[in-house]
Structures are given as structure tokens and as C-alpha cells.
Ligand binder design. Sequence first.
Ligand SMILES: Nc1ncnc2c1ncn2[C@@H]1O[C@H](COP(=O)(O)OP(=O)(O)O)[C@@H](O)[C@H]1O
Ligand code: SF4
Ligand SMILES: [Mg+2]
Length: 339
Amino acid sequence: MSLIEPIEPAAALEVRNLVTELRLRRGTLRPVDGVSFSVAKGQTLGIVGESGSGKSMTCLSLLRLLPRPGGRIAGGEVVVAGTDLTKLSDRELARDWRGRRISMVTQDPMSSLNPVYTIGDQVGAPLRYHRIARTRSDARARAAEALGKVRIPSPEARLHDYPHQFSGGMRQRVVSAMAIACAPEVMIADEPTSSLDVTIQVKMMDLYRQIQEETGVAIVLITHDMGVAASICDRIAVMYAGRIVEQGPAKELFRNPAHPYTQSLLSAIPKLGEKRKRLYALGGQPPSLTAMPKGCRFAPRCALADAKCHASYPGETNLGAGHRTNCWRVAEGGAPHAA
Ligand SMILES: Nc1ncnc2c1ncn2[C@@H]1O[C@H](COP(=O)(O)OP(=O)(O)O)[C@@H](O)[C@H]1O
Ligand code: SF4
Ligand SMILES: [Mg+2]
């Protein structure tokens, strides 16, 4: 063994074999079915994939914010700073972790903001709840500081304003301020910019990068936009039908996508100068949760599928430097071509 070991950056969040079930009248579904990934301190992992692939369910599972009744974590681990959050009681999770050490920004800022409270009260609320600020005036001062971090001009003056007095982009900044107010180790952002126009999206992504440089927060960024993922992520995980089918360093994955599904996502990225169009010109539909294929879940849409692909799920092939994929063609050494 070499004396010089490669230094792996410490994982801020490690998710191992996460399984989430939804018990419905029509049966039990598994929108998240054995998902594993990790995010290092100060780094961003992008989770990409078509609508319905389980990206939001994965995020909600990390914070145990699943639909009730019926939603539950059926297996796996979610480890932050050595603690498996799946083993905590609801009370412990709410008191010490959710919004404190692991926070979330959702797609629609209005759903996270209450129209009848001032911005100062709302950004100050997690600081009071988690006892970081002991008094109302301390909470206000810290809330103004958080608003300054997300580059809201004149933060002290804006503490007294209500959500409707902010533009869409500024509201998303307020929600991001709530998410970073308690200086969490991990921030989950579920399509945080998809309701914003493209120039504001770019500004938000720049802002996340600056916040990350200042605070070292690890970010899990969910997006269906490969362009957004490419602009900010250190690593990418590609999700399909409840599973991660490929993950690796962003540059490597964009340069050498191994899985036919990843290849088809990338071939749908508009080239520079082209008008942006909707992604995924991919034919067919993802499988329904009630009728998952037995083998590779992408097989019904994959031009390279053969009998083996339809018969059993491919194991993981390690392509080096943390680049991994589940595809029979890759496992057998064949170079798949775009589906
Ligand atoms: N409350 C729910 N009841 C039943 N099915 C749900 C519910 N929420 C999500 N699903 C299903 O779970 C799957 C994953 O959804 P989701 O995580 O929202 O996907 P994504 O965020 O990737 O678009 C989808 O098939 C969706 O229909
Ligand atoms: S395992 Fe087979 S069906 Fe699945 S992506 Fe690879 S080649 Fe296509
Ligand atoms: Mg979603």
C-alpha cells in the first residue's frame, strides 16, 4: 500500500441505501428505492433527472418531511456529523437538526413564507426556536445579518416589510436567508430557481456559491436543468425511477457520461447560442411506481436494451475517481452510445 493515501474530503452528509415508502390505498410505492450518495463540506452535489424520478421525495426523506399518513423511511441511513438522522425521534430531529444543522429551500418561496408576518420575524423564527438568539432584538440583528448574506439591500430597513413587498427573486433570497440563518452544515435546495427567470437563476447560483465559500455549507441541489447543474455542482447524481443510475465528479460526468440515460439528458442540453428549449427530447415515459420493470428501469426506453437488461437490475460499475454507474453494457466493457 502506498504511504500517501488520497485525501477524501470529509462528508458533511452521507446517505446510504435510503428507501422511502408511501402506503396508499392502492398499495405500497417506493419513490426512493436504495439511494446512496455523499456530499463533502463546502461542496455541491446536484441531483438531476426527469420529473417524477424521486428527487423531491429524496430531499423530504432526509428531513423526514414525508406525506402523512403513509410516508415513511423504510430503510437506510442519513448521516450528518456522525449521527444517523433516521434513528432520531421526531422531537429530536425537529429540536436539534431540521432548520438548524440541515435546512431546506423549496421551489416555491411563497409556500415557505407566511404573508401575515414580517420578514424580520420569519427569518428570526428559526434563530429563536433553536435558541441561537435569546432575545427578540438579537434575533432581529441576526436576521438582518442573514439578509445581508443573501445580498438583500438595506437589510435592517427591510425587516419590517411583508413578503408581498418583495419580488420573486428577492423572496427566494429571503427563504435562502432563513435556510442559512442558523449556519447549517447541510442545505438542501429543491429546484430553488425554477420559478425564476434565467438571469435571476444565474444570480441565485452565484449567490449560493458565495455563501458556500463564506460558510463551508454542503449543498444538495435538485434540478431538472443540466445547465444549472453544470454551472455550480462539484458532483452530479443522475436519478431515474427512484434510483441513482450514475454519479461522479461533474466535469467527468459531463465529459464522459456512461449511462445511456445520462447521455440522452446531456444530448438535450441546448448548445451555446441556441434558443433554450425544454429538456428531455427522450422518447417514452419513465415507468410507473406501480409497475416497475424487473431489470434495468430504463430498459423500456433504451435503444441498447437486451434480454439481460430486461431480466435483472445491473450492479454498480466503478469507473474510477468516484464515477459509478449501473448499466449492463458498461459492466461488460461495451461503450454505450446515446439512446
Ligand atoms: N403524496 C404523494 N402520493 C403519491 N405519490 C406521490 C406523492 N408524492 C410523490 N409521489 C410520487 O413519487 C414519485 C416521485 O415524486 P417526486 O419525488 O416528487 O419526483 P421529482 O421531484 O423527481 O419530480 C412520483 O412518481 C410521484 O408521483
Ligand atoms: S442496463 Fe441495458 S437497458 Fe439499462 S441502460 Fe444499460 S444498456 Fe440500457
Ligand atoms: Mg420535485
